[in-house]
Ligand binder design. Sequence first.
Ligand SMILES: Cc1cc2nc3c(=O)[nH]c(=O)nc-3n(C[C@H](O)[C@H](O)[C@H](O)COP(=O)(O)OP(=O)(O)OC[C@H]3O[C@@H](n4cnc5c(N)ncnc54)[C@H](O)[C@@H]3O)c2cc1C
Length: 432
Amino acid sequence: MTRYVVVGTGVAGVAAVCSLRKLDGSAEIIMVGDDPHGFYSRPGLAYYMSGEIPEEQLTIFTKEDWKPLKIRFIKGIATGLDPKKRQLEFSPAGVLKYDRLLLATGSTAVALTIPGANLQGVVKLDDYEDTRRILSLARRAKSAVVVGGGIIAVELVEGLMRRGVKVHYFLRGERYWPNVLDENESRLLEHRLSEDGAKLHFQTEAAEVLGKHGKVVGVRTTKGETIRCEIVAVGIGVKLRLGLAKAAGLATEKGILTDENLQTSDPDIFAAGDVAQVRDPESGKSFVDTLWHPARVKGKIAALNMTGRRTPYKRKVSVNVLRLAGVMTTIIGAVGSGVDDDLVSVARGSSESWQQLPNTMALESNTEVNHVRLMIGEQTLLGAMVMGEQKLSQPLQEIISSKADITPVRHLFQPGAPLGEIVMDFWASIRG
Ligand SMILES: Cc1cc2nc3c(=O)[nH]c(=O)nc-3n(C[C@H](O)[C@H](O)[C@H](O)COP(=O)(O)OP(=O)(O)OC[C@H]3O[C@@H](n4cnc5c(N)ncnc54)[C@H](O)[C@@H]3O)c2cc1C
């Protein structure tokens, strides 16, 4: 009987164990995870924080769903890995032998490192416990400072405001999320946040968190200003959880390096989810995506490979559908300027490919909050940003991911052109 051990109870780990069970009914499958809440929707945490979904909706698998999978769970943290002995150590004290191991250890929020960062009231939005902590603090707090430039920071701003907390939002640069959004998009979202009551502080960083009796009472900025607040919420990027892999001598860069079959530098160890830096057979480059859906797919593909069914992970065009400052937004493929203005380059719910600078022409059309921007390559559309009205989202996902040849219509993409009509007509033509 083969023994599969999976470290991490996030979506990648869970997708892997579901597939492993389907592929091998008699296998012994063991999951090791250090999150006391097990498996839940991490993207859902922001909506739970803002009060838009009840806590129960974060649960994805019920006890009844788990039962037929016959999985043994170990609540603990994997602390050591010996690939030669095929052995995993975990705390509280334990050792597990494995035949095949999956590392699905995910990513975790980067912490603030300025003086006062350990005071009670400095929070992040990373897991279930963080969210509960924020909600508990928000019940008594009048003001908060939010620090960070990507999706999570804005989710913190919105969530705290919805809980009745006055928010000061610190942005390091001159505008919001410049490595992914263009100036119009940044301004649109900034305007929405201000209208909802947030006070935006541009070119402002926190220099020190001020405290009294161990609790946050304010922030001193790099400009020397003091802002009174009881919460400092931090969304400055994520770091991949590479500790185990590194200590075991596996090849790592930004993530755990794998080939297209999600196999690491050790043939019995595989990696999936946020933590995996997977080689793309088409380009030969390796990529990190910190997105829910790719994590799930990688988990499934890893399971196939762990059971000996060699199956490459085919990286799809990355898509994220989310709400930013109340505006429904779909980000497809390569859209960014490549300017790295985040404190770290890996952001939650994001893909490296967004930040690549394609050789493209960018074209956009706007009507207040309804906005579309296309990144137009020589023969294909490389990326799109759709904000507000989402009618174009699905057609653009299909056009971009199928790499449809746009040569016959490329001349139509002119400044001021009705982009929506052109896209819909072209989509209809390729669907036949
Ligand atoms: C607030 C928030 C909003 C998000 N929004 C979006 C979004 O809009 N769209 C999107 O696509 N994605 C979003 N994401 C990102 C998405 O949730 C992740 O891409 C996804 O959860 C990755 O899954 P994973 O299984 O690879 O890793 P994780 O979900 O990070 O799970 C890894 C698990 O492994 C455990 N673990 C790690 N190391 C060890 C160890 N040594 N021993 C034991 N256990 C260990 C961790 O505790 C964790 O439970 C969001 C994430 C957050 C937190």
